[in-house]
Design a protein around this ligand. Structure first.
Ligand code: AP5
Length: 217
């Protein structure tokens, strides 16, 4: 199955992508995680994208399109795109890439969450650099204070989770990414769900959508 997760910053795309990956054995492609990894390693690409990410701006389309194209070639079992596409241009390029690879999108899941909830969530988000697990110190805390449950590594807070940067990211989302909701609605593959519920409840809604799609294949 090939899935896109749409939603504003902090909507829960990464959290849900990991649950989908585990249950359905399909690969998560998170452009944010890939870019952060490049920044962490201090590669040429990392240095180039850091300034955009720190300000909450989008990285130029050609950079992220190249990253996604390379990974899609190894996803014959299916993929979950998390954080891509984010502009109409990226969505159009994705269509071209998928056509060349003889693949298609089965579902675009739009996770809806309000700006106030996002600000609350991101201030308390902590992540593990080693395994990528994402926690929230209030809603889903690790068992031991700021230590990853899976690999015992200390958790870290993302640089772009400061309130002013989060507000900028939200504005960028509204301007550049929200129009994709209509783009995919017109293609008849959009499913919108309420993201302001427990992680498990949100996941159950996604699983129901995916199982209906599987049955109809
Ligand atoms: P990216 O990493 O993709 O950030 P984002 O889209 O802003 O999304 P987040 O990772 O902040 O949130 P999420 O929806 O994954 O939520 P999460 O599950 O973590 O991108 C970062 C930057 O990279 C961009 O600003 C841009 O510069 C660049 N970039 C990336 N892709 C790009 C592209 N395609 N084009 C151009 N530039 C690009 O959850 C958030 C928190 O809430 C966590 O603490 C979690 O535990 C908690 N939580 C999750 N679900 C729930 C729930 N149901 N209830 C309560 N808490 C919850």
């Amino acid at each position: 199955m090939n899935i896109i997760l749409l939603g504003c910053p902090g909507a829960g795309k990464g959290t849900q992508a990991k649950l989908i990956e585990k249950k359905y054995n399909i690969k998560q492609i998170s452009t944010g995680d890939i870019l952060r990894e490049e920044v962490k390693k201090g590669t040429e690409l990392g240095l180039k994208v850091k300034e955009y990410m720190d300000k909450g701006e989008l990285v130029p389309d050609e950079i992220v399109i190249k990253i996604v194209e390379k990974r899609l070639k190894n996803c014959k079992n299916g993929f979950i795109l998390d954080g891509f596409p984010r502009t109409l241009n990226q969505a159009l390029k994705l269509d071209e890439i998928l056509e060349k690879l003889d693949m298609k999108i089965d579902a675009v899941i739009n996770i809806e969450v309000s700006e106030d909830e996002v600000i609350r969530r991101l201030a308390y988000r902590r992540s593990c650099r080693k395994c990528g697990a994402v926690y929230n110190l209030i809603y889903n805390p690790p068992k031991n204070d700021e230590i990853c449950d899976f690999c015992n590594e200390p958790l870290y807070q993302r640089d772009d989770d400061k309130e002013d940067v989060v507000r900028r990211r939200f504005k960028v989302y509204k301007e550049s990414t929200e129009p994709l909701i209509n783009f995919y609605k017109e293609k008849g593959i959009l499913y919108t769900i309420n993201g302001e519920r427990d992680v498990d409840e949100v996941f159950n809604s996604i699983a129901e959508i995916l199982e209906n799609i599987q049955k109809s294949k």
